[in-house]
Design a protein around this ligand. Structure first.
Ligand SMILES: [Zn+2]
Ligand SMILES: [Zn+2]
Length: 495
């Protein structure tokens, strides 16, 4: 197939659109500002209640989470109560760049997070080099490329789970670690910029897709700097480090400008982020005890074992059930919390026929329980403020239909984010309080942004809102093709 044009797509992982708009408006991000001026800035909707794992999986597959099945870096293992790591082989769908490669397009893909390697016939893909939260080792198609990139540009030194080079995994940073973290983030951004530039210069691509992670990492760890009401706000931090988020965004702005410039005047493209960021206020550590207290038949002797933020299953597992993976206690309940990003509390119904010791019958009984739990969750208040703790409950049946719907939790309680949540209380559960564990200061909120360049920029027909699932189909359309059987659609005004 003859490509109609070359397409350059640049992702800024989790870069908050309000911050970008503010700093672009103040002249601090001149490249983003000029893109916004020409194309307008669009709201890029991400899957409701979910964080970066789901957003990037929806980006890569152009599918809703109900069809691709990824909601977190752990997943519900069908037919068990286990929640092991999500890995490449759990994906049932190919990334869209594989479809484009199959159609004869030459693709270059560098570091789309949380995504498997495609089978690339024409071009290359590098995965898990400089990304926030690797799924696995740095790897590539063709295979030798990853080792070559690592050898010549160096490895990641803030985001390697399981190693001492995993500053991103710490809940809080000492002053010295903050300094080291910033230095390494800015150096990593430079590594990515240079590698992208070199790969771009090799030519032979119709689509070049690169994602920068540093916006993600820096906002998680420095959000409290921007928010004077944040309990961890440190007015002296800015004297020590400047504004770390602005420094990273500014360097990203320069890198984006350089890559667009290098790609040439006839290249079309999109710059986008998958999600936003705000203060990390959550009741993640309180939810499972609240759910336990909503259980009508849970044995009285097992109640009240919740202490110091440790879930009852964790205590029981370490004392009594070393091999059980929580299954014994989960099997005794109607519903239980499963691991998820602090953005929302993820709840699984213990469904007969789906879970090994399912207690809730499918159909009317399950529907009634979902309604009851949703109502009970919306009743929860923070006992200190008297304010509701849950912003809204997202019901998987409504939000994420699809063939992998049962791979997802059944309900998500989206936490309010305007103040810290110190406890949970309602007439049904009484009051739950434990010591708040340390959380990173910032965390994801739904929805990112998009801007385009080189696409005519007819703002009169430009969509001001699109979905992250639409980026793949938009790229395909810019290349003169289409993606079969996906949920997204080309964004009006870009194509
Ligand atoms: Zn994150
Ligand atoms: Zn990171």
């Amino acid at each position: 197939m003859q490509a109609q044009s070359r397409v350059l797509v640049i992702g800024m992982d989790s870069a908050d659109r309000a911050l970008l708009a503010q700093w672009a408006g103040e002249g601090r991000l001149p490249v983003i500002a000029s893109l916004i001026e020409r194309s307008g800035v669009g709201l890029l909707k991400s899957p409701p209640a979910l964080g970066d794992d789901a957003a990037w999986a929806s980006f890569a597959t152009s599918l809703s989470p109900g069809r691709h099945g990824r909601y977190y870096h752990k997943h519900l293992e069908p037919g068990s109560y286990r929640t092991p790591w999500f890995r490449d082989h759990h994906f049932a769908h190919a990334p869209f760049w594989q479809t484009l490669s199959d159609a004869g397009h030459r693709v270059g893909v560098l570091d789309v997070p949380k995504c498997p390697l495609g089978r690339i016939r024409h071009g290359f893909q590098i995965a898990d080099w400089l990304v926030h939260g690797r799924d696995g080792e740095t790897r590539s198609v063709p295979e030798p490329l990853a080792a070559d990139i690592l050898h010549r540009f160096g490895d990641d030194d803030t985001d390697r789970p399981g190693s001492s080079e995993y500053i991103c995994g710490l809940p809080s940073l000492s002053h010295e670690t903050q300094r080291v973290f910033m230095k390494r983030l800015l150096a990593g951004l430079q590594q990515k910029r240079e590698a992208a530039s070199e790969l771009l210069a090799r030519g032979g691509w119709d689509l070049f897709l690169v994602v920068f992670k540093e916006s993600h990492c820096v906002q998680h760890h420095f959000w409290h700097l921007l928010d004077e009401s944040h309990p961890a706000h440190d007015p002296h931090l800015i004297e020590r480090l400047g504004n770390p988020i602005l420094r990273v965004f500014h360097e990203l702005d320069r890198a984006i400008g350089a890559l667009i410039e290098q790609s040439g005047p006839d290249t079309k493209g999109i710059v986008f982020s998958d999600l936003g960021m705000t203060a990390n206020y959550t009741a993640d550590h309180l939810l499972d005890e609240a759910l336990l207290r909503m259980e009508p038949d849970f044995p009285a002797m097992l109640r009240g074992l919740y202490r110091d933020g440790v879930r009852i299953e964790e205590k029981m597992r370490s004392r009594l059930l070393p091999q059980s993976e929580r299954s014994f206690l989960r099997g005794m309940r109607r519903a239980y919390q499963v691991d998820h990003n602090e953005i929302s509390g993820a709840i699984r119904i213990n469904l007969a026929g789906r879970e090994p010791s399912g207690r809730v019958l499918p159909g009317a009984e399950r529907d009634a329980l979902c309604k009851e739990l949703a109502a009970d969750l919306m009743e929860l208040v923070d006992p200190d403020s008297g304010e509701r703790a849950v912003d809204r409950v997202v019901v998987t049946d409504d939000a994420f239909p699809g063939e992998r719907r049962d791979h997802l939790p059944d309900l998500f309680a989206v936490w309010r984010r305007d103040r810290p949540i110190t406890g949970l209380a309602s007439s049904k559960i009484g009051e739950v309080r434990v010591n708040t564990p340390e959380y990173r200061p910032g965390n994801h909120i739904e929805n990112g942004f998009f801007v385009s360049f080189g696409c005519g920029e007819d703002t009169s027909h430009r969509a001001t809102e699109a979905s992250i699932q639409d980026i793949g189909p938009t790229i395909a359309a810019l290349l003169g093709g289409a993606l079969p059987d996906v949920d997204g659609e080309p964004i009006p005004g870009i194509v």
